[in-house]
Design a protein around this ligand. Structure first.
Ligand code: AMP
Ligand code: MG
Length: 506
C-alpha cells in the first residue's frame, strides 16, 4: 500500500493534490485521548538551524509538496522553531522492559509528536520530531539527538523500506551548531519521523503496572479504531489485537533474520504494536556471518545478539500479553502466543528458501540451508555479498563454481554442499538464468554497512557536506537493483571498519 501511495503521490500528473507547509491536513487523534496518555509539550527551538537532508518519497506520504523543502520556513518548522498550523504537539507516555527489567516510566524523552496528517488516501501518518528538546519524560537526558545518530536512523529506515521491511519513515534531518555532550562534544539535529503509529508494547505496560486497567482498554480501542476499524464492537477485539501483534512481530523477526539486520535494543518500549521496525539506535547489518553477532557495544552479554532476536520477539510479546491480561482470558492469550513459533518458522523458511532460489522451501530443506550458513560461518564470509554471489551458481554437473569455492578454506566441504544444492535445484526445474533473477530479488546487493553510514557522518560533521547522505538514500531505495557506477558501495568493508563501535549513546 505504501508503495502504491508513493507511486501516485509522486505522479507529476497529480500536483494539484500536493499541500504546502501551511495546509497539511492534520487530524490529531492522539491528542484527543484523555490526558493520561501524554503531556502537551512544544518543541524547544535550536539556534540557526539548517537543512541536512530531505526525503521527497516520505513527503509524499503526507501529501507535502516536495518544493516546500526549499522554503526558508521549512527548516524552522521541522526543527521545532515554529509550529505547523494544525499541529497539537505532545510527548507520549510509555514504560517498558529494558534489558529484562521493568522501568516504570519512560515516555518520549526527546521526541515530540506534532500530530497526525491524513493523506489523500485516508491514511494517517504521525509526524514526530526526534531531538526536539526536553519533555516531562526526559529523566536525566538533555532532550536532544546528535547529528550522527539522526543520520543513522534516517538512512536505516529508508534502507529497510527499500528492503520491503515494515518500518517508520524519515522525512528530513535538520541540524544546528548547538553543542550536545555525549562521549565527546557533538552537534544537535532533529529527525522528522513518520509512522502509522508510535504506540509501543510499553504504552500498554505503563497502565498495567500502575493498575489503571481502564486506560489499557482505552488505548487498545484507540489502536483498533485507527488501524483495525472492522474489529470495532466485536467482543474478541482485544484478542484479535494481540494476535495481530504476534503475527506481525513474528513476520518482522523473520525478515530481520533473513536480511541480517540486528536492532540492538529490543526493549519493549522499542517494539511497535503494529510490528514495524521502530527506534533505530545501535543497529547493524551483519557483515561476516556470525549468529552471535552483537551490534550494540552497550550489550556485552548479548541479550540482543543476532540469533536471540526471534526469542526476544516472543519474550516481548509475552510482556504485551501480560499488559493486556485484564482484557483477555489467559488461555486465549497463551494460545495466541503459541502461534508465534509457527509463523516465524514458516516466514523464515520461505525467506531463506527464496535466498537460495527455492520457490517453496520445506522442512526437508533445513539441512541444506543450515549447511550453507555453516559454510558462511566457518569461512567468516560476508552475509550479503555471498548470498548475492550464490545467485551466479552454475548448476551444470562439471561446474566448479570457483568464485565461491575459492573463498572456502575447506573446499571439499563446499563441493559436498554444492552437490546437494545442485540436486535440489534440479527439482526446481528452472534455468540458472531464471533462478538468478529470482535470487537477485531476494538477496540485496546494497545494505547500510556501518562504515558507509560512518563516512557520510564524518563528512557531515567535519565539512557540513551532506551529499553523501543523499547518495546513500537514493542507493538504498533500490537495494536489489544493479546500479551503474555504484559498485564500490557493494564492496567488503575496509579494515578500519572493524574498529567501529556503536552504542546506546545517541
Ligand atoms: P532508547 O533506548 O533510545 O529507545 O531510549 C530510551 C528512553 O530514553 C526513551 O524514553 C527515550 O526518550 C529516552 N532518551 C534517550 N535519549 C534521550 C535524551 N538525550 N534526552 C532525553 N531522553 C532520552
Ligand atoms: Mg526508544
Amino acid at each position: 500500500m505504501n508503495k502504491l501511495t508513493e507511486f501516485f503521490a509522486l505522479d507529476p500528473e497529480q500536483p494539484a493534490a500536493w499541500r504546502g507547509l501551511h495546509a497539511l491536513n492534520f487530524d490529531n487523534s492522539y491528542a484527543q485521548l484523555p490526558q493520561h496518555f501524554y503531556s502537551r509539550q512544544s518543541p524547544t527551538p535550536l539556534p540557526a538551524p539548517y537543512l541536512v537532508s530531505f526525503n521527497a518519497h516520505a513527503a509524499a506520504l503526507i501529501d507535502l509538496d516536495p518544493a516546500s523543502s526549499a522554503h526558508p520556513e521549512f527548516v524552522e518548522y521541522f526543527t521545532g522553531n515554529r509550529l505547523l498550523p494544525g499541529a497539537q504537539p505532545l510527548s507520549m507516555l510509555y514504560a517498558g522492559h529494558q534489558f529484562g527489567y521493568y522501568v516504570p516510566q519512560l515516555g518520549d524523552g526527546r521526541a515530540i509528536l506534532l500530530g497526525e496528517v491524513r493523506n489523500r488516501n485516508g491514511e494517517l501518518w504521525d509526524v514526530q520530531l526526534k531531538g526536539a528538546g526536553l519533555t516531562p519524560y526526559s529523566r536525566q537526558g538533555d532532550g536532544r539527538a546528535v547529528l550522527r545518530s539522526t543520520i543513522r536512523e534516517y538512512l536505516c529506515c529508508e534502507a529497510m523500506h527499500g528492503l520491503n521491511i515494515p518500518t517508520t519513515r524519515a522525512l528530513c534531518i535538520t541540524g544546528s551548531d548547538e553543542e550536545v555532550y555525549r562521549e565527546r562534544i557533538e552537534t544537535a539535529a532533529v529527525l522528522t519521523r513518520l509512522s502509522p503509529s508510535h504506540v509501543r508494547f510499553g504504552s500498554f505496560e505503563v497502565f498495567f503496572y500502575r493498575k489503571q486497567h481502564e486506560h489499557i482498554a482505552t488505548l487498545a480501542d484507540y489502536v483498533i479504531a485507527r488501524h483495525f476499524p472492522h474489529w470495532q464492537g466485536k467482543a474478541e477485539r482485544y484478542l484479535l489485537l494481540l494476535e495481530q501483534a504476534v503475527q506481525n512481530t513474528a513476520k518482522l523477526m523473520a525478515q530481520w533474520q533473513a536480511v541480517g539486520f540486528s536492532h540492538g535494543v529490543m526493549n519493549t518500549d522499542n517494539m511497535s504494536i503494529l510490528g514495524i521496525t521502530l527506534d533505530y539506535g545501535p543497529f547493524g547489518f551483519m557483515e561476516a556471518y556470525d549468529p552471535n553477532y552483537i551490534c550494540n557495544h552497550s550489550d556485552p552479554n548479548g541479550r540482543y545478539a543476532f540469533d536471540q532476536q526471534p526469542d526476544v520477539g516472543l519474550w516481548n510479546l509475552a510482556c504485551l500479553a501480560r499488559a493486556l491480561s485484564p482484557l483477555i482470558p489467559e488461555q486465549d492469550a497463551e494460545a495466541v502466543l503459541a502461534q508465534y513459533a509457527r509463523t516465524f518458522n514458516s516466514c523464515y523458511m520461505q525467506a531463506m528458501g527464496e535466498k537460495l532460489g527455492l520457490r517453496a522451501a520445506t522442512q526437508a530443506d533445513v539441512p541444506l540451508i543450515g549447511a550453507w550458513l555453516q559454510l558462511l560461518r566457518a569461512n567468516r564470509l560476508d552475509y550479503t555479498n555471498t548470498f548475492r554471489a550464490l545467485g551466479q551458481f552454475d548448476s551444470t554437473p562439471s561446474a566448479l563454481n570457483a568464485v565461491l569455492r575459492d573463498q572456502m578454506r575447506d573446499r571439499a566441504a563446499f563441493d559436498v554442499w554444492a552437490a546437494d544444492y545442485r540436486a535440489r535445484l534440479q527439482q526446481e526445474g528452472s534455468t540458472d538464468a531464471e533462478r538468478k533473477q529470482r535470487m537477485d530479488r531476494a538477496n540485496p546487493k546494497y545494505i547500510l554497512r556501518n562504515y558507509l553510514a560512518q563516512l557520510a557522518i564524518e563528512r557531515a560533521e567535519r565539512e557540513r557536506e551532506f551529499s553523501e547522505i543523499d547518495t546513500l538514500l537514493v542507493l538504498l531505495r533500490q537495494p536489489y537493483a544493479e546500479q551503474p557506477g555504484m559498485q564500490r558501495y557493494a564492496e567488503l568493508p575496509p579494515g578500519w571498519a572493524s574498529s567501529l563501535e556503536v552504542s546506546c549513546s545517541s
